[in-house]
Design a protein. Structure first.
Length: 435
């Protein structure tokens, strides 16, 4: 008989607290992942393509609460297992892919702060990636009898020819020199430059002897350089996760929105045409961000032609998983049932003897959701997950209350609310209404 694998308290609490707050947990996602099999297969193919020197571009499209962020986190975890370096950040009014007032630079800094590797999955991995490169160079220099400077120049020759690449290589060399001299100040300056935290070229020139800094205009070029650098450091490639792309859709300035869409087009073209290497982009957004003909990506004709649905797949009633725009399919009732089982298992820290509710309750809960929420609970599992965890919390704190009582009481409250709504709609004269 197989022994149960217990879930650590840290993982268990992180998963429960995150999901109850409506956000994706940073750790332990393997305990609750269900469904999306075909989508994940497509993403694994992308990861292999990047490993082989190619590039990938995907828009992950889904409604609020449909699991976009969760799906992107799962793909990120898979990439880390394939020895990738991953970057992730949410777009916001202060973080965009194109800007002239520092917003693109802010996004780049956030991505560098959140750099992760398999050994450092929680971020802040930039220093360790640079250290790994320096260590490899020193080993190669020792074995070949060449100087470290020469090996660095050979390794970074391709990078030096790129836009901004010469100064990038110079900063890496400065970091190695700082390591040799135990100069922690110079090391910090090199990392500061790589994180795009210098605000003026003068300051960077005084500290490092370089003529440029990573700014708004060099956002994408710097990412392409980083993808080649992580390969030289011994990693498989670079995966860039950009979530909350709907913030570009919300931009009121038409020109700013168009400039950001032009930057997305540039990235898409580079990935599809083979002009980018060892890099993949995952962009998470809502259907309106993609489809709105007035403000969405479809408002930009060049993007619409590249991102339009495959008509043959549409007519046949199937999904083309090779399309740059990947629409997340709804979870099936069976997948939601498995998800609830997984949540119950996590809540009990992996101990089946501590389950708070039986299998019957899971089926009853799904029937309840179907009747009260309707089809939306397939499209947006976030609310279903939160409600289920709320129910478990009440049962855990009040063992005398049964799950049947809870479901019945919730149904009664919802019926009352529905009756009040109908009465208000029927009453034409609301002059006497008081709060």
């Amino acid at each position: 008989m197989m022994t149960e694998k217990r879930i650590r308290a840290k993982e268990r609490d992180a998963i429960i607290q995150s999901l109850k707050s409506g956000v994706t947990p940073k750790i332990g996602i393997q305990h609750i992942q269900v469904g999306r099999v075909n989508e994940l297969k497509a993403m694994i193919q992308d990861i292999k393509r990047i490993e082989d020197g190619g590039a990938a571009f995907r828009l992950i499209i889904g409604d609020y609460g449909s699991g976009k962020t969760f799906f992107m986190s799962v793909v990120r975890a898979i990439a880390l297992e394939h020895k990738f370096v991953t970057l992730h950040a949410d777009l916001s009014p202060d973080r965009r892919v194109h800007a002239t007032s520092g917003q693109a630079k802010n996004l780049y800094s956030e991505l560098m702060k959140n750099m992760s590797t398999r050994n450092k999955p929680d971020g802040n991995a930039l220093t360790s990636v640079v250290e790994k490169f320096v260590t490899q160079v020193q080993k190669e220099a020792d074995s070949s009898g060449s100087s470290v400077e020469r090996i660095i120049h050979q390794r970074l020759a391709a990078i030096s020819e790129m836009v901004g690449g010469y100064d990038f290589a110079k900063v890496i060399e400065a970091y190695w020199q700082a390591s040799e001299q135990d100069d922690e100040q110079l090391k910090a300056c090199a990392i500061k430059w790589l994180r795009a935290e210098y605000s003026t070229k003068t300051e960077a020139r005084n500290d490092l002897g370089v003529r440029t800094i990573i700014a708004d205009a060099s956002f994408y070029d710097a990412l392409k350089i980083m993808s080649l650098f992580v390969r030289q450091a011994g990693y498989s490639g670079l995966l860039v996760n950009l979530d909350e792309m709907v913030n570009l859709y919300k931009l009121t300035n038409t020109q700013a929105r168009k400039s950001n869409y032009e930057q997305i087009l540039r990235i898409l073209n580079d990935c599809l045409q083979g002009n980018a290497e060892y890099i993949g982009f995952l962009l998470g957004g809502t259907p309106e961000f993609l489809l709105d003909p007035r403000k969405g990506l479809y408002s930009y004709e060049a993007l619409q032609t590249r991102l339009a649905d495959n008509n043959f797949a549409k007519q046949a009633g199937v999904i083309d998983y090779s399309s740059p725009a990947l629409h997340l399919a709804n979870l099936t009732p069976e997948e939601l049932y498995i998800l609830l089982k997984n949540l119950r298992h996590v809540y009990a820290s992996g101990d089946s003897s501590k389950y708070l509710v039986p299998d019957d309750s899971l089926t009853a809960f799904l029937v309840h959701c179907s009747q009260t929420i309707g089809d939306a609970y397939f499209r947006t599992p976030r609310n279903t997950i939160k409600a289920f965890l709320d129910m478990l919390a009440v049962i855990e704190q009040n063992p005398e209350i049964s799950w049947q009582q809870l479901l019945e009481s919730v149904e009664v409250e919802e019926e009352k609310a529905s009756d009040i709504e109908i009465e208000c709609e029927d009453d034409d004269d609301l002059t006497g209404f008081r709060l």
